[in-house]
Design a protein around this ligand. Structure first.
Ligand code: NAP
Length: 328
C-alpha cells in the first residue's frame, strides 16, 4: 500500500517530487483554514503530515486515525500537542541545527540595528531629511564590549552568544534550565539568576522555546529590573513576552529600545503600536528566512517524514517516547 502524506505548506518542486516517488501526496500550497473540506478529507486518510504554521489540536488528530508521523518545517514545536501525539504513538519531527546559524544572524542583526538605530536612520535618509551632518540626537549605543544577557543558551542562544563574545568582545551572562560548562569555558559566559541577568545586561536576548513554563516569562516585573539603557531582543516566540508590558516599558522609558522578530499575534495586528515606535525594530518573523536555510529545513522535513513512514528513525525526533511506543 502506498502511504499518504498531507503537505500543508509550500514546498518546492524537487521536494514534492522526492515525496511523490514514495508516497501519495495531497498538497495544500496555502492552507488558511483547517476546516477546508478537501484538507479534512485528505487528513482522514493521511499517514504523514509535513509543513509549518498550522496549530494541530487533539480534535484535529481525531480526524486523522491513520497518522503515524508529522514533520514540522521548524525547530519550534509549540504549535503541536506533544504529549497527545506521544500518547497516540505519532512521531513529531523538527528541523534543529540547519537553521541555528541563520537565526543567530537575525538575532545579531536585531542587536545591531536596534543599538545603532539603523532602520530609523535609513528611513531618515530615504525621506530626504539628511540635510546637514548628523548630531547627537542621531547617535546610537555601542555594541562591542557591552554585556550580553542570554535568556536561554541552547543552539541558537549559544550561536548568538558566540557572535557577541568572539566577534564583539561582549561579556556574556546567561540564564538557562541547565548549566552549560563547555560554553562557559569557550566564551567565558557566566550563569546567573534571571533577575541578576536583567539588572546587569546592556542587551537582553530571549531564545527559550515557548512552553507552559516560558509563556510570559518576561513581563512588567522583568522590564522594571532592566537598565533604562537596555535593549531587548526577542528571536524566540512572541508569547514568551507579555507584549502589553513591553509596549508600556518602551513608552515609559523603562528600557531603551527593542528588536523583535516575533509577536504574540502574527501577522502583527495593524493596531499594534510597535512598528511605529522609533526605538523598535520589528521584523516579520524572518529568523530562518533565507533561501539556503529554508531549503535545508524543507529537505530535513522531507527526509524526516520519509524515514518515519518507512519505519526508520527520523533524523530529528522531538518525542522519543513515541518511537518506543511504535517500535517496542
Ligand atoms: P534549544 O537548543 O532547545 O534551546 C533552548 C534552550 O532554552 C535550551 O538551552 C533550554 O535549556 C532552555 N530552556 C528551555 N526552557 C527553559 C526555561 N523554562 N528556563 C530557562 N531556559 C530554558 O532550541 P533552539 O534550537 O536554540 O531554538 C530555540 C527557540 O527559538 C525555538 O524553540 C523556537 O521557538 C525559536 N526559533 C525562532 C526562530 C525565528 O524565526 N525567530 C527560528 C528558529 C527558532 P536546556 O539546554 O537545559 O534544555
Amino acid at each position: 500500500m502506498t502511504k499518504r502524506i498531507v503537505a500543508f505548506s509550500r514546498l518546492k518542486d524537487s521536494h514534492l517530487e522526492q515525496l511523490r516517488q514514495e508516497f501519495h501526496v495531497d498538497y495544500f500550497e496555502r492552507l488558511d483554514n483547517t476546516d477546508d473540506p478537501d484538507f479534512r478529507a485528505a487528513l482522514a486518510q493521511a499517514h504523514g503530515m509535513v509543513g509549518s504554521g498550522l496549530r494541530i489540536t487533539p480534535e484535529l488528530l481525531d480526524e486523522a486515525p491513520h497518522l503515524e508521523a508529522i514533520a514540522t518545517i521548524s525547530v519550534g514545536y509549540d504549535n503541536y500537542p506533544v504529549d497527545e501525539l506521544t500518547r497516540r504513538g505519532i512521531l513529531l519531527c523538527n528541523t534543529p541545527d540547519v537553521l541555528t546559524e541563520t537565526t543567530a544572524d537575525t538575532g545579531f542583526l536585531l542587536i545591531m540595528t536596534a543599538a545603532r538605530r539603523a532602520v530609523e536612520l535609513a528611513e531618515f535618509v530615504k525621506r530626504g531629511d539628511w540635510q546637514e551632518s548628523i548630531g547627537e540626537s542621531h547617535f546610537g549605543s555601542d555594541v562591542h564590549g557591552k554585556t550580553l544577557g542570554m535568556i536561554g543558551l541552547g543552539r541558537i542562544g549559544a550561536a548568538i552568544a558566540r557572535r557577541g563574545a568572539l566577534g564583539f568582545g561582549m561579556p556574556v551572562l546567561y540564564s538557562n534550565a541547565s548549566p552549560k560548562p563547555a560554553l562557559e569555558k569557550e566564551l567565558g559566559a557566566k550563569r546567573c539568576e534571571m533577575d541578576e541577568l536583567l539588572a546587569q545586561s546592556d542587551f537582553v536576548c530571549v531564545t527559550v522555546p515557548l512552553s507552559a513554563d516560558t509563556e510570559h516569562l518576561i513581563g512588567a516585573r522583568e522590564f522594571k529590573l532592566m537598565k533604562p539603557s537596555a535593549i531587548f531582543v526577542n528571536i524566540a516566540r512572541g508569547k514568551v513576552v507579555d507584549e502589553a508590558a513591553l509596549i508600556a516599558a518602551l513608552e515609559m522609558g523603562e528600557i531603551h529600545a527593542a528588536g523583535l522578530d516575533v509577536f504574540e499575534q502574527e501577522p502583527l495586528s495593524p493596531e499594534s503600536p510597535l512598528p511605529y515606535m522609533p526605538n523598535v525594530v520589528a521584523l516579520p518573523h524572518i529568523g530562518s528566512a533565507t533561501h539556503e536555510t529554508r531549503d535545508a529545513m524543507a529537505q530535513r522535513s522531507v527526509d524526516n517524514i520519509t524515514l518515519a513512514l518507512k519505519g526508520k528513525r527520523p533524523i530529528s525526533l522531538v518525542n522519543q517516547d513515541a518511537w518506543q511506543h511504535r517500535h517496542q
